[in-house]
Structures are given as structure tokens and as C-alpha cells.
Design a protein around this ligand. Structure first.
Ligand code: PLP
Length: 454
């Protein structure tokens, strides 16, 4: 009996609930009516409903099935998103107060985790191609950084990026193994890759010691549903670390959705990925034939030694079209189309494996119909790529230090008290504890008015 059957059994056999949550499985209210289908499965830990952090019943059986499916040492459910998995993986791989090697393109959850665990980062910056959204971690550079930082506990990288670009994780893992370092891959945006061409792009299959799948981002799971896979830790140790950071009442609905999502992965995902990729191939051809927008990710793409691209992520570059992606997203909203992220230059679309193929083409046709070249000028990325900062304080010391807000243009030489994560390009440009430079001020003075300093 897995989570779904366990909860169904419970709802069928228990007539009166005198336990949390306070709705008692009852939606007999005008206000709650919309939730009538799901409230019954929203339960709490009882002798019949198992316990996510100490599973002995149907949750254990579901997780064993998931672990078997992924062929990992342990794959555990997170009802606290990828964020909870990142905290857990860093706690296990590094512990407290250690030096770690961090992909500078990491999500802010990694930066927050460094505050919680008092980690001391050494950053590895991406290598850029001609198109700034296509960037990757260079394997030789990681090798050098690890020679210079023998005391680092582990390495963490983002893969794929928000724009759908993947590192050569196989070689990066080999480099980590050569230096005897644990390797964590934040695969938050790549959970679906487990069923793409024999998982050749899924980090777990390319040698990562820890891999984080934020199922809810690209697959049919409720928001907050994620998996942490480990090739080196047992489930019990992962649970112990996870419970340090997670709520003591992890959502049963989210766990249930992860259970069902994993069955969807097993039985249907592969076929649906092929269908959607076929559709994206056609959409790519259509957009590029009818406009100056380039499709930098989406559909089948050539792979290179340094990076690969996610077939399911649709990333459009408006640079040569003279149109702002941001303005176009506003127009699309009026046409009933909501995209994941527009900035002035790029538009990112998350394509659900469940979407009707025709709707992907409808998006493309609506886009082309509404294109009007307005000679849009774009933010220049080349200078951002050269920005580097010296750290005066560790992330934790900076997070807890007293701060004041001042004018951005008067902050040169002071220590930043905040992370600034502008879009574009969606990665922290400066993080708390680093010294503000004149180059940063020059680049961002029109966009940033004030900054917290320490
Ligand atoms: C790369 C990356 N990692 C981690 C996270 C955190 O994911 P979650 O919202 O599932 O906690 C995000 C969220 O957007 C992300 O983009």
C-alpha cells in the first residue's frame, strides 16, 4: 500500500476525526466548498497515517518504490520544496561552518542555506557564450579551484539553469571524485529529465552524490513537492537532517501528490516528453521562420562538450527582434497566455508534459501575430560578466549584522547588507557581506535607488 492507497483507506475507514488539521476532512461550508475533493486527504500523523520524518508504513513503502525507480541509495520526499532539500543536502555534505565551492548562478535558497549553516563560499563563476543566457560551469576551472581549496567540503551547482542550460555534469562529477569532494546538483528545473533519452541528462545518472528534483516546477506535483536523491546517504540520515529545517507538520497533500507524480513519471512521462519535444521542434521552426526571435532552448538541440539544453524548456531571445519580451508578456496576458518569466530580452516558458500540443502552437501564433518592432534597446550583459566582489563578512555574519539603508550611488566601498538579484539575468549580482564596487554602481545606478549596507 502506497501513500495514495494508505490515505484512501484512512478516509474510507475513519468516520470521525478528532485530530489536526482543524477542518477534520469536512468541507461543509460555503467558503470551503471548492476544497471538497482534497480536504479528506489532508491528515496528520496518527498510528494509521505514518510519519514523513520517521516512516514505517505507507510513506516508507512509497519512498522505497521511488528509490528503486531512481536506482539511488535513497530518494526521499520533501513537502518543503527544493529549498528544504538544499538545506538538507548541504547539512549532510558540509555540516556547519565549512568552506564550500558554490556555482555563482545558484538560487537564493543556496545563499539562505549558507546563512543557516554558516558556510563559507568560494564562488565559481560561469563561462559565457556569445549568448549570455547560455552559460556553464567549466570543468577545468572547477578542477583548478579544487586544487586551490583542498579544505572545501563539497561543491554545489545549478543544473539546468532557469534558461534550460545544463553543465557537463558527468565530467564535473569526475572532477569532484578526483578531489574526493561531495557533489550536489540542484536539478530543481530538471526533474523531468529522468525520462528523457535514458536519463542521459539527469544529474543522478551522471554521478552527482546529491540531486535535488523540484518536482512541482516541471511535473504534475503540488507546489512544494520535491525529491532529494542521494548516492551516499541512507534514508534515515537524510530524514534526520531534513527534520532540522522542515515543518513538524509536513503536508500530506504534497506528499500524496509526490507519490502520484512518481507513478506518472514511471508510467507516462517518457511518451509525453517525446510528444512535447516534437511539438516544440515545430514551434521553434515556426517562430524562427516568422520572426527575428531566436529559440535558444526548447526542442531537440545540438549538444556540445560544455553544455546541453533542456528539450522541454522554451527560452526565447528577443534581442534581434527589436521587441521587449517583457512588453510582449503583457500583451500575451491580455490574450489569456501567462508565461513563466519575461525580462526585457528573454522569455522563459515552462512547458508542462500534460499540455495539449496545439496550445503550444497557439502560443507561438499569438506571439507572432502581436509582434511589432519598437526598436527596443536591451540591457548590456557583457559588463555584468566581468563583475567580481571581495567578501568582507561571511553570509551568516552579514545576515545578522545591523544594517542601514543608503543611496545606492553613495555606497562604493561599503559592505552590502543584502543580495541584489536583478532580472536580467536572475542570479545574485552582489550578495550580503561583499564590498560594493564602482563598476556595480555604474552598471545599476539607473535601476537601483537604495541599498542596505552594514
Ligand atoms: C534553481 C532553483 N533551485 C531551488 C529553488 C527553490 O525551489 P522550491 O521553490 O521548490 O523550494 C528554485 C526556485 O525557483 C530554483 O529556481
Amino acid at each position: 500500500m502506497y501513500i495514495y492507497e494508505g490515505l484512501k483507506n484512512y478516509t474510507e475507514n475513519i468516520k470521525y476525526r478528532f485530530h489536526m488539521p482543524g477542518h477534520g476532512g469536512i468541507s461543509d461550508s460555503h467558503v470551503l466548498h471548492e476544497l471538497s475533493q482534497i480536504l479528506k486527504y489532508d491528515v496528520t500523523e496518527t498510528p494509521l497515517t505514518d510519519n514523513l520524518y520517521n516512516p514505517e508504513g505507507f510513506i516508507k513503502i512509497s519512498e522505497e518504490r521511488i528509490t528503486k525507480g531512481y536506482e539511488s541509495r535513497a530518494s526521499v520526499i520533501s513537502a518543503g520544496g527544493a529549498t528544504l532539500c538544499i538545506n538538507t543536502a548541504l547539512a549532510l555534505a558540509a555540516g556547519e561552518g565549512k568552506k564550500i565551492i558554490v556555482d555563482r548562478r545558484c538560487h537564493k535558497s543556496v545563499f539562505n542555506s549558507m546563512v543557516l549553516l554558516d558556510l563559507k563560499p568560494v564562488y565559481i563563476y560561469p563561462k559565457y557564450t556569445e549568448n549570455p543566457a547560455v552559460n556553464y560551469i567549466d570543468c577545468a576551472e572547477l578542477d583548478n579551484i579544487l586544487y586551490e581549496n583542498e579544505d572545501a567540503a563539497c561543491v554545489i551547482v545549478t543544473n539546468p539553469t532557469y534558461y534550460g542550460i545544463m553543465n557537463n555534469v558527468k565530467v564535473l562529477s569526475e572532477v569532484c571524485r578526483k578531489h574526493n569532494k561531495l557533489f550536489i546538483v540542484d536539478n530543481a528545473h530538471g526533474s523531468h529529465l529522468i525520462k528523457w533519452e535514458n536519463a542521459k541528462l539527469h544529474p543522478l545518472k551522471q554521478g552527482a552524490h546529491f540531486c535535488i528534483d523540484s518536482l512541482h516546477k516541471t511535473l504534475p506535483a503540488l507546489t512544494g513537492g520535491a525529491l532529494l536523491h542521494s548516492a551516499v546517504c541512507d534514508s534515515a540520515d537524510i530524514k534526520k537532517a531534513m527534520s532540522l529545517f522542515g515543518s513538524t507538520s509536513p503536508s500530506y497533500l504534497i506528499s500524496l501528490s509526490v507519490d502520484l507524480c512518481c507513478r506518472f513519471i514511471e508510467s507516462e512521462l517518457e511518451e509525453r516528453l517525446i510528444e512535447k519535444t516534437d511539438a516544440l521542434d515545430k514551434v521553434k521552426e515556426f517562430i524562427e521562420k516568422n520572426s527575428d526571435i531566436s529559440v535558444i532552448c526548447g526542442g531537440r538541440q545540438e549538444e556540445s562538450y560544455n553544455f546541453a539544453k533542456d528539450p522541454l524548456r522554451l527560452t526565447l531571445d528577443f534581442y534581434n527582434s527589436g521587441v521587449s519580451a517583457f512588453n510582449m508578456a503583457q500583451i500575451l496576458l491580455k490574450e489569456g497566455i501567462s508565461v513563466e518569466m519575461p525580462d526585457d530580452r528573454y522569455m522563459v516558458l515552462i512547458v508542462s508534459p500534460l499540455i495539449n500540443q496545439n496550445n503550444i502552437m497557439s502560443f507561438a501564433k499569438t506571439l507572432i501575430k502581436n509582434l511589432r518592432n519598437n526598436n527596443q534597446s536591451f540591457f548590456e550583459y557583457n559588463d555584468i560578466q566581468k563583475l567580481r566582489f571581495k567578501a568582507a563578512l561571511s553570509p551568516r555574519m552579514a545576515a545578522f549584522a545591523p544594517k542601514r539603508k543608503i543611496s545606492f550611488t553613495e555606497s562604493e566601498g561599503l559592505v552590502s547588507g543584502e543580495d541584489i538579484t536583478p532580472y536580467p539575468p536572475g542570479i545574485p549580482i552582489i550578495t550580503k557581506g561583499e564590498i560594493i564596487t564602482s563598476e556595480l554602481i555604474e552598471l545599476y545606478k539607473d535601476r537601483i535607488k537604495t541599498i542596505e549596507v552594514i
